[in-house]
Ligand binder design. Structure first.
Ligand code: PMV
Length: 311
């Protein structure tokens, strides 16, 4: 049965450890960010077409007129085909508080929210692994070789220890960890950074494999320290991960400014999160340092800061 209006939502995410190396089979850790979400609503349209309304990106258009690589059109078509229903006769409204191209998973959140809402419109509920798989197909449009970490953490809405191609491993965080997520203000498409790392790896494979191994070790150690509540180890692990990301060539002057500013006023560790080159920096803070770090980040050029507790 079609409902009149069906709604669904999906959270943002940050990668805590292991970005880029995860594309090459090493483990990475990502967590949902509940403060920012994407909402999707699907409503019956008394006409034989599909309308897409995405005011945050200033777009309102027909499915039939969408470009071949349009990610919203893609998730609508994929989901309808999976459900065995016609892609016809409804409107999809999307509203998102997740900034675009900042490493917060906005693309995957749109896919998961739209797929969920569409299924509900047809009186169905999609399992989380199915939602993750549908969103993964769309992630491939954003960049050719996604690891699958974004769509997984966003569809499952829980901390994940992710290894490409393997079933999801969730784990328990023994003590909450507070992080400040600071936006450099620079939109940096993941596709470009991932492509640059690929070219650099092709030129110097042994060197890059060693970097990826070291990042993988960090992700393994970080999981252990999160599971055991040994937060003293976490800050240094973040800093080591940032040093390796710098060596991979995906940091930037703006990122380095924010990382330094956070550390100078007492953050326990800081690193870029996601594809790099811009996007977000995450700083590990606590009640005592939170305000100081926030102020320092803003003075160093952060556009927006989200403080979230990972648990
Ligand atoms: O920029 P984001 O948050 O979508 O993260 C990309 C993470 C990478 O490891 C760089 C790429 C990937 O597919 O895992």
């Amino acid at each position: 049965m079609e409902s009149e209006t069906a709604t669904a939502s999906a959270p943002g995410k940050v990668i805590l450890f292991g970005e880029h190396a995860v594309v090459y089979g090493r483990p990475a850790i990502a967590v949902p960010v509940q403060q920012v979400r994407t909402q999707a609503a699907v409503e019956t349209l008394g006409e034989s077409r599909v309308e897409i309304d995405a005011p945050d990106v200033g777009r309102r258009y027909d499915l039939a007129a969408a470009a071949a690589d349009d990610p919203i059109a893609a998730i609508i078509r994929l989901t309808c085909s999976h459900l065995g229903v016609p892609a016809n006769g409804f409107a999809v409204h999307i509203q998102s508080a997740i900034p675009v191209a900042r490493g917060l998973g906005s693309g995957a959140a749109v896919s998961v929210a739209v797929a969920r809402a569409l299924a509900r419109h047809w009186g169905r509920e999609l399992a989380r692994d199915k939602l993750a798989a549908l969103a993964f197909e769309v992630e491939k449009l954003h960049h050719g070789t996604p690891s699958g970490i974004d769509n997984t953490v966003i569809a499952f809405e829980q901390p994940v220890y992710f290894v490409r191609g393997e079933p999801i491993q969730s784990f328990r965080i023994a003590r909450p960890v507070m992080i400040a997520i600071a936006d450099t203000g620079i939109a940096a498409p993941t596709k470009i950074a991932v492509g640059d790392v690929r070219r650099a790896w092709e030129q110097a494979r042994a060197h890059y494999e060693r970097i990826f191994d070291a990042v993988g070790e960090i992700a393994r150690d970080a999981r252990r320290s999160l599971e055991q509540g040994d937060l003293n180890a976490l800050g240094p692990l973040m800093n080591s991960n940032q040093a390796l990301l710098r060596e991979m060539g995906v940091s930037s002057p703006e990122i380095e400014l924010l990382v330094d500013a956070a550390e100078r006023v007492g953050a326990r560790g800081a690193k870029l999160s996601g594809g790099g080159r811009g996007g977000n920096v995450i700083a590990f803070v606590d009640e005592g340092t939170r305000e100081r770090v926030q102020e320092a980040l803003l003075r160093a050029g952060a556009r927006q800061i989200i403080v979230t507790e990972i648990k």
